[in-house]
Design a protein around this ligand. Structure first.
Ligand code: AMP
Ligand code: GLY
Length: 427
């Protein structure tokens, strides 16, 4: 098979790395990829958002299967466009991906189907939103309705901050059209987890649980990022919580979406807040998480390609997927200054040394090749991922690898996985 992966982050490197292990695969392409992906796939000078060029290329090259990494192409209908040409593609179609593309739609959907989530109101009028916020009181969460590259969610401990957030989104239009509507939501307390499942629109096949680390600094301090590290499994998802999530969230969501004419085929990701052994949904994503995909795919024992195909063909009920028993940890190494502004083009050293450590692998995110050297080219640069029999071993190995890698202005969190270590093991 010839496979094309769309995207350029750590998640896409993990997809390429896992797909490359499949005996069914002869050649992998990536649009546009990065310096790490280029070691396992042929990278194409096509932006992930450039649907028409990607489709024309896939048709010409007779690509057997395309896999979409990021949300932006999904929400503008790349899957629909591929399918209209008779090309096979893994990902949610436009109607289904709207569960991520519009937070208001996701909230109204959850309310209609009784899926546990925080109370909320949706506004497209600034004055009405401000009056509501003043009446309700803080803490609150203000969210731009559309995609905002992870920056459209503003946690507001005080009313003044909520009004400032409304001003930023609705008056200054900081996120453009994504802020035409806002969701003002109840501030939920607890511990977060990521719950991902393959679904063909009927069967829901959960992946192991995982946990992201959103804030930039240790002990979850500072502004939120795309994710500074992740591990799997996440013990906060106890057996009881797992059951509740499947029964009250994942299955009703997939069934409800089908009823709404939004049949979901792909990976459905529920971002959860868990308190007192009960999960509520913070958001849905229509794709693998990044960095969650790195530790999750490293734990996957089965071949990924048949799972992707069964998802497309509606055959997931016939499939059994096997996972490594142990634990995996991914530590994101970032450019100093991220999630704000940062410099690029710093030469990365130590990658060859880590390549010799069994059980560890460096997934590239923002990297590029310059004068035959691998240099930084983004905020999140590498996802150093390791597997162990238990979480402590995986953490130790991941940081052993991290310490061998450096560049001028490297930054990473030192506490990835500590929450799990404190709680003990889960599956
Ligand atoms: P989202 O993109 O909606 O997942 O929001 C990004 C992050 O903001 C989440 O991972 C949480 O850390 C936080 N967040 C979102 N919604 C809420 C909420 N209702 N209560 C508390 N924190 C939230
Ligand atoms: N790691 C969070 C996300 O992928 O949305």
């Amino acid at each position: 098979m010839k496979i094309l992966v769309i995207g350029s982050g750590g998640r896409e490197h993990a997809l390429v790395w896992k797909i490359a292990q499949s005996p069914a695969v002869k050649k992998i392409y990536c649009a546009p990829g990065n310096a790490g992906i280029a070691q396992q796939a042929e990278c194409l000078p096509l932006a992930a958002e450039d649907g028409p060029s990607i489709i024309a290329w896939a048709e010409k090259e007779k690509i057997d299967l395309t896999v979409v990494g990021p949300e932006a192409p999904l929400t503008v209908g790349i899957v629909d466009a591929f399918e209209a040409r008779g090309l096979r593609i893994f990902g949610a179609n436009q109607q289904a991906a709207a569960i991520e593309g519009s937070k208001a739609l996701a909230k109204f959907f959850m309310k209609k189907y009784g899926i546990p989530s925080g109370d909320f109101q949706v506004f497209n009028d600034y004055g009405a939103a401000v009056r509501y916020v003043k009446k309700t009181g803080a803490p609150l969460v203000v969210k731009a309705d559309g995609l905002a590259a992870g920056k459209g969610v503003i946690l507001c401990p005080a009313v003044a901050e909520a009004i400032a957030a409304l001003d930023l989104i609705m008056v200054q239009k900081a996120f453009g059209a994504a802020g035409r509507q806002v969701v003002v939501e109840e501030f939920l307390q607890g511990e977060e987890a990521s719950f991902l499942a393959f679904t063909d629109g009927e069967t829901v096949l959960p992946l192991p649980t995982s946990q992201d680390h959103k804030p930039i600094f240790d002990h979850d301090q500072g502004p939120n990022t795309g994710g500074m590290g992740a591990y799997s499994p996440a013990p906060v998802v106890s057996e009881k919580v797992h059951r509740q999530v499947m029964e009250q969230i994942m299955i009703p969501t997939v069934k409800g979406l089908a009823k709404e004419g939004r049949k979901y085929r792909g990976v459905l990701y529920a971002g959860l807040m868990i308190q007192d052994d009960k999960a509520k949904v913070l958001e849905f994503n229509a794709r693998f998480g990044d960095p969650e995909a790195q530790p999750l795919l490293m734990r996957m024992k089965s071949d990924l390609v048949p799972v992707l195909e069964a998802t497309i063909d509606g055959n997931l009920s016939n499939l059994k997927v096997e996972w490594e028993e142990g634990a995996t940890v991914c530590v994101v190494m970032a450019s100093q200054g991220y999630p704000g502004s940062y410099e690029k083009g710093k030469v990365i050293s130590g990658l060859e040394e880590v390549a010799r450590i069994p059980g560890a692998f460096v997934f590239h995110a923002g990297t590029a090749l310059k004068d035959a050297k691998i240099v930084t080219s983004g905020g999140r640069v590498l996802g150093v991922t390791a597997i162990g029999n238990a979480i402590g071993e995986a953490i130790g190995l991941a940081y052993k690898a991290v310490e061998k890698i450096s560049w001028s202005g490297v930054y990473y969190r030192k506490d990835i996985g500590q929450k799990s270590l404190k709680k003990g093991m889960a599956t």
